[in-house]
Write a protein that binds this ligand. Structure first.
Ligand code: UDP
Length: 312
């Protein structure tokens, strides 16, 4: 049993991490400023004695007293519309927020897991992406607020590790989906499901030939916890390899929801990566982890969640 701080613990990924840690007997302090996280994601945990919620902006302060054994640093806007709407806050949480979180970990002798992202690979020229690839990021494009914040956070975490010995690990999280996604976060899975359930047209950006690979949240959390529990520093990719085009994903969601929605084209956002799929060899060899949930099963469970959440 340990005491773990989860920054961004009310978000989509954070809320599942909090739930899993509480379930295995850890004491969890969730720190969130609710900028994109939602209290409803942790409402059922709030009744548990092992769970604490602290509303705070980690850029300003992390008001957590006492001993801490581990930190899952997940706080950041993560969907493109969210980080594009909050560019300065995204850069601040990736830099100053990460600095404050590292200082907490160092002060307590805690292990820190940084939630990094496949966006560090940018619009990749290596496919699939393995952890030795340095990426292809436009440093002045609109997405750079997220990509460079996470690249800086990786650099900061490694510098802390090398300079003062802070125990750290880096997870590079690829596209993920599942219950507790916000219906309004603008990501492709949440958009397509809410559009299909609401009888609205599904909005494909560009010609829909760009690819993504989608990891169900339960698999992602298993991977993050396996990495946290290991002695590895990383970075290690955590994701799934079911690569498909965005157009194929739209067809799949229309079929699974039984929707009669049409598909419409909308402009492709600037610097939208053309392909994305993780190389998972490192995760499998070093953590003994691989995703298990089939995409249709995961999407069915996510569709059920949105039906209930939106009363559709
Ligand atoms: N996308 C789309 N329609 C939408 C939302 C997103 O076609 O309503 C595309 C987007 O342009 C990208 C892919 O789906 O190519 C994944 O987008 P998302 O925002 O989920 O995550 P990203 O991988 O871009 O961070």
């Amino acid at each position: 049993m340990a005491r773990i701080v989860v920054t961004g613990g009310s978000g989509f990924v954070g809320s599942h991490v909090c739930a899993r840690l509480v379930e295995r007997g850890d004491d969890v302090t969730c720190v969130d400023n609710l900028s994109s996280g939602r209290l409803s994601n942790v409402a059922s945990l709030a009744r548990n004695d092992r769970f604490d919620f602290v509303r705070a902006d980690i850029v300003i302060d992390i008001p957590v007293d006492g001993d801490v054994d581990g930190v899952f640093h997940l706080a950041s806007p993560a969907s493109p519309p969210d980080y594009l709407a909050h560019p300065l806050e995204t850069l601040a949480v990736g830099s100053t927020g990460t600095q404050n979180t590292l200082e907490l970990a160092q002060r307590c002798g805690a292990r820190l897991l940084l939630a990094s992202t496949s966006e560090v690979y940018g619009d990749p020229q290596v496919h699939p992406q393995d952890e030795t690839y340095w990426g292809n990021v436009n440093p002045v494009g609109p997405r750079s607020v997220y990509d460079e914040a996470k690249r800086f956070a990786e650099a900061l975490v490694m510098a802390h590790h090398r300079a003062v010995g802070t125990d750290v690990t880096i997870a590079r999280i690829f596209n993920s989906y599942g219950p507790n996604m916000s219906p309004a976060d603008g990501r492709v899975v949440s958009n397509f499901i809410t559009q299909a359930l609401g009888g609205e047209p599904l909005t494909i950006y560009g010609d829909g030939s760009q690819t993504r690979s989608f990891c169900f949240i339960d698999d992602l959390v298993d991977g993050l916890i396996a990495l946290y529990d290991s002695n590895e520093t990383g970075p290690i990719n955590i994701g799934a390899q079911n690569e498909s085009t965005v157009a194929e994903l739209a067809e799949r969601i229309i079929a699974l929801t039984g929707s009669s929605s049409e598909i419409v084209a909308q402009p492709l956002p600037a610097d939208d990566p053309k392909v994305r799929c993780p190389d998972l060899e490192r995760a499998s060899r070093l953590l003994g982890w691989a995703p298990k949930v089939d995409i249709d099963d995961g999407l069915r469970r996510t569709i059920e969640y949105f039906r209930r959440d939106l009363n559709l």
